[in-house]
Design a protein around this ligand. Sequence first.
Ligand SMILES: Nc1nc2c(ncn2[C@@H]2O[C@H](COP(=O)(O)OP(=O)(O)O)[C@@H](O)[C@H]2O)c(=O)[nH]1
Ligand SMILES: [Mg+2]
Length: 370
Amino acid sequence: VSDPLNLAHGAPPFPPALELLHGDFMAGKRVALARAISLVENQRPGFQAFLHRIHAQGFRARRVGITGPPGAGKSTLVAAMATAARGAGEEVGVVAVDPTSPYSGGALLGDRIRMNDLATDPGIFIRSMATRGSLGGLATSTKEVVDLMDAFGFPRILVETVGVGQSELEIAGAADTVVVVLVPESGDGIQAMKAGLMEIADLFVVNKADRPGAHRLVKELRGALHLRGGDVGRDVPAHHGVDLKRLGKGRSREDREARSRDREEGRFWEIPVLTTVAQSGQGVPELLEAVAGHRRYMEHSGVLERRRRERAGKRVLEVVERALLRVARGATSGPEVWERGLDRIRAGEETPYSLAATILDGILRPGFRG
Ligand SMILES: Nc1nc2c(ncn2[C@@H]2O[C@H](COP(=O)(O)OP(=O)(O)O)[C@@H](O)[C@H]2O)c(=O)[nH]1
Ligand SMILES: [Mg+2]
């Protein structure tokens, strides 16, 4: 029986080592979570079987992506949000795809937030992803690590990525709620639109509101949002009993009241632009409230279901692509095919296309294994 991803091990019995790891993982042992993350991050044998098994359990966490340009204060904001959530008794998982994240460096960020405090808090689990040397597909690996934290039981997961580059945007975009952090440095608003941050934002945060220009950036962003869709959030479900006319530019008292009723009942989402001073925690409770509000909207509108479905579809393709890539690389690693083929290309006896065709022929032959 063909089992290209070795998933048979996803059902009991696992190989003993994985069974042990899974047992410890389910028992809530931190060290098992850390090991499972390494297993997945390094794509060691059995990693897909492990993921297969935890996926079968289903997921619960609220996943919040925090993205934006380097230096915007994302890490500081994540620390502030995590601290606030901890204050409310909630456990938090943090995944950072940012080589400059100070989480483990013990850097002091302001008076109130110390990364060291976070790092030693048993209610917080922080993992920085290695951005170099991941075997193709940083985005997929990172999302798989988030899945692990979710299955482990963290009710809230914060994912920090730098908002530049396709895979980083993709990671942030895979969260239930995407917070785009900007700062009042000149041109940031425009940059955001260029970088595709506008498209993925569920909420905007203008951080470093203690600096001049914050108010102007807020206005600029609100203006851009208004131009783009009359204040309408990115996925208003037209089929969900929302009168689209009311979402537009209706300014009558009746329109406004209807709109606020819709908002309260979670039927539509107006992308808010909030301000924070991450270092002091100013504006963070309001940010958490807005994230919770977005969650309510997502649940009531059916958008959460739709995003999850899209997410699942994307994952299927990613897993297929990754497996094919692996097979292709395996097929090219043999010197008899690869080195000799390159020699023949140099000698004008083959072209890159004929060699690729030979390799594909090997892969597509029934029974081939990479
Ligand atoms: N003035 C000011 N500085 C801040 C604020 N938030 C973060 N910073 C500083 O901005 C720098 C970059 O912060 P960091 O969180 O590492 O940004 P990231 O690259 O987006 O993760 C650090 O020196 C922070 O202390 C803020 O609200 N106001
Ligand atoms: Mg950072």
